[in-house]
Structure formats: C-alpha cells, structure tokens
Design a protein around this ligand. Structure first.
Ligand SMILES: *Cc1c(COP(=O)(O)O)cnc(C)c1O
Length: 417
C-alpha cells in the first residue's frame, strides 16, 4: 500500500475561507467593481487597526512604496538610504523616481538596518530613510527617527513584512507597526504570502493630512479635481498636475481585504505559535534565528529565517536546500542583497564586500515554511526534515506527490515576494 500523497509545503501562502469568497462575490454583484465604497472602507479599517489616521490603498505594495517616496518629495538626483537585505521593490521605489538607493548594512542580531550605519550614508542629497522590518521584526525606530529629525529627513517604513508587529518605546509604550509614531509613512503589501491578502495590493499609512492628496492623485494619473481654468465654473474640470500612474486597487479586492482583516489576530497568533515551536526545536541544532523582541513577542513572523552555523559552508547550504526541497519542504532564501542584483551592479556599481553583514547572512541563510494554515503535523514534518537533513543522513523516500510535481512548478509563483 502506498501512503497517501503529501503536498509539498510552500514557504508561505494565503488562507482564504468561504466567508472571504462570499464577500468578493457580493462586491462583484454590486454597482461598483473598481474604486467604489469598499476602497475607502478598507483604507479606514486597516488604518484603525494599525493606529494611523489615514490609509491610501494601491494596486500593489510596490506601487504604494513608489507613491510614498513621491509624496515624501523624492525626485531626480535625490538619495534614499535603505537596507540591502530586502526584496528589490524597496530600493526600486527610489529608482523609479530617478533617485539613487544608498545601502547601509544591517545589524547581525536582528538583520535590520543598523542606525549607526545610516548616519555615515547621509549626504546633502538624502531625502528619505527607508527601513524594512525584516521578516517581521520591528526596527529600532527611535534611533532612526532621531537621525531623521537631526538631518531633516523623512522616514518611510517598508512594513510589508510586519503587519501586526509591535515594539516598546523608551517611554514604556507599546507601538504598533503602521501607527507611524516614529515615521512619516508606513507601507503594507497584501500579496498572498503576506499577513492578509487582496490578491495583489498595498497601502500607505500616515498621520499627516498633507500626504493625502498627493498619494490619491499619484494613484490616479496625477489628476486632481479643480474648479476650472482661471476660476471659471467648470463642474467637470479636473487637471493633471503631476505625472501619476494607474495604481488603483479594485473594490472586490478590498472586499477580500476587509474580510481577511477580521482574521488577522488569529493569523498572527498562529504564526507566533509556529515560530516558538521552530525556535525551540532548532536551538539544539545550532541554527540561528531572529530574537522575538521582548517578552511580548512583537515580531510579526512573516518569514522564519535561519542561518546555518559558521562551520557549515555555502555549499552545505545548497545541499541542505536541495535535500529539503526533495522532501517536499519548500525552503527559500531571502534575500540576495539588492546591491548584488545584476541591474543594481550595472547601474549603481554594487559589488561583493560592500555590505559584509548582509552578505555573510545571505551565504548561509534559509527560509522555512511559515503560514497560519500550517497544521501541527506539517510543522513537525518540517522540524523532522530539518533535523534529518542537518544530520547529513541520506533523505528518506521522496513522497510520491512531491516527485510527481517536480521539477518545481509548485514553487515558481512563491519565488519572492
Ligand atoms: C512584498 C514586499 C514588497 C512588495 O509588495 P508587492 O505587494 O508584492 O508589490 C516590498 N517590500 C517588501 C519588503 C516585501 O516583502
């Protein structure tokens, strides 16, 4: 008798239920399918959840980052200081506007932008500091905020990993990621591997009203409603004031987002549970993982990243990666540091050695499956597979379903993000 086929585990995936599907169908049956009432309701709901005054939703997290940089005043020739250990979209937001991404290295203990490194990268051209809460662990925002205040810079949090993340400020208060207590704007993504999904989608959160109109018009070709030329009454009048884009999200996507948001607390609890189990199990194997950020676990655990012990080479990482995939455990690597991508090497002359902490991390990094619908049995399956593969024992029989789905179609779409 052959055992029942096992599904290969991806590193992340959405969790949709019948309620989510029903709410999308309802939106599709309404009079509006794009830019109807649900966009505003979703913006308000997410902003309220995070503790920000305003939210403006976009077609993707990437579009939201691009818009946030625009609203912060990033233009041709400017510089944006950010981390090399991120998805390429973070740095590209600056590039789209003709600005240069300037990378500062990360801290080895958190893999987040090192405030000490930021200062050395600030020049008279710097406009924005763009930190990323890597894998969901909040950055040291007070330090970053302080540098920005002294240098007259804007801070935009790339919070695409960190919806639900929290940290404690020095006055003893819990600060929610997205509340923008120590930044100008925070950006979320609703890609299916993130905490909640709208298929594709993103949002900029902020507290200052001055960003509202630039963000909204950037989403809609830079067009602004106006009273008409030279004060003439033209009730139909609208004028394109800036070069904007079609970065709109649809009403039925926002219906999905609203439904998903009601489950966010449950999703976060499960992510934290799995992360705790992983941490316990992997400590004994000498696998490094990020700190949980204080007793309250403010880590939002978008990704569970580990680093192999120093005595394991980069070749060993490849062997372990391949062996785990053979066993149907969808490991990944987040991320090749941005300055080492061919485009960034050509255009901005990035090279190996520029950011040694991020690069050293990358050489021995692995991302393990982590998503809220994982069953206890699946969590155990990952832990057992990692133990076995780390011990270097030959892999056991490949589950039938895994060998049938290879080579790798099942993984293609989850390649980052
Ligand atoms: C997912 C992600 C983005 C981009 O979001 P999309 O919605 O996929 O466009 C940007 N930055 C980081 C760090 C991300 O993880």
């Amino acid at each position: 008798m052959t055992p029942p086929p096992m599904k290969p585990l991806r590193y992340g995936q959405q969790w949709l239920d019948e309620e989510d599907i029903a709410s999308v169908l309802e939106a599709l049956r309404s009079d509006w399918i794009t830019q109807g009432p649900l966009v505003g309701r979703f913006e308000e709901a997410v902003a309220r959840w995070c503790g920000a005054r305003f939210g403006v939703a976009f077609a993707s997290g990437t579009a939201a980052l691009h818009a946030a940089c625009f609203a912060a005043g990033v233009r041709e020739g400017d510089e944006v200081v950010t981390t090399p250990l991120t998805f390429v979209a973070t740095a590209n937001a600056a590039v789209y506007l003709g600005a240069r991404p300037v990378f500062a290295d990360v801290e080895p203990e958190t893999l987040n932008l090192d405030p000490g490194q930021i200062l050395g990268r600030v020049t008279p051209r710097t406009k924005v500091i763009l930190p990323v809460h890597f894998a969901g662990l909040p950055c040291r925002m007070e330090g970053i905020h302080e540098i920005a205040r002294k240098k007259g810079l804007r801070v935009i949090e790339d919070a695409c990993h960190a919806l639900g993340g929290q940290w404690g400020s020095s006055d003893g208060r819990r600060q929610r990621v997205g509340s923008c207590s120590h930044s100008d704007m925070a950006v979320l993504s609703f890609h299916p591997v993130k905490h909640i999904t709208t298929g594709e989608g993103g949002m900029v959160l902020f507290n200052r009203e001055e960003f509202l109109e630039p963000l909204r018009s950037f989403r809609h070709h830079g067009i602004v409603r106006s009273s008409g030329e030279e004060g003439k009454a033209e009730p139909w009048a609208s004028r394109m004031q800036e070069l904007g884009y079609n970065f709109r999200i649809t009403d039925f996507q926002c219906a999905l987002g609203l439904s998903q948001l009601t489950k966010l607390d449950r999703f976060l609890t499960r992510r934290r549970q799995i992360a705790r189990e992983y941490k316990e199990a992997f400590q004994t194997l000498g696998l490094w993982s990020q700190p949980q950020d204080s007793a309250n676990d403010g880590h939002a655990w978008h990704l569970f990243v580990v680093q192999l012990p120093p005595d394991r080479s980069s070749d060993e990482r490849r062997r372990i990666f391949e062996a785990l995939r053979q066993e149907g455990v969808g490991v990944n690597v987040h991320y090749l540091p941005v300055h080492l991508h061919p485009y960034h090497r050509r255009r901005f002359l990035g090279k190996p050695g520029d950011h040694p902490v991020a690069e050293a991390y990358y050489e021995r990094a692995l991302t393990l499956p982590l998503f809220p619908s994982m069953t206890d049995a699946e969590v155990r399956r990952v832990i057992d597979a990692v133990r076995r593969v780390m011990a270097g024992r030959p892999t056991t029989a490949v589950p039938e379903a895994v060998s049938r789905t290879r080579p790798q179609e099942g993984y293609e779409w989850t390649r980052n993000p």
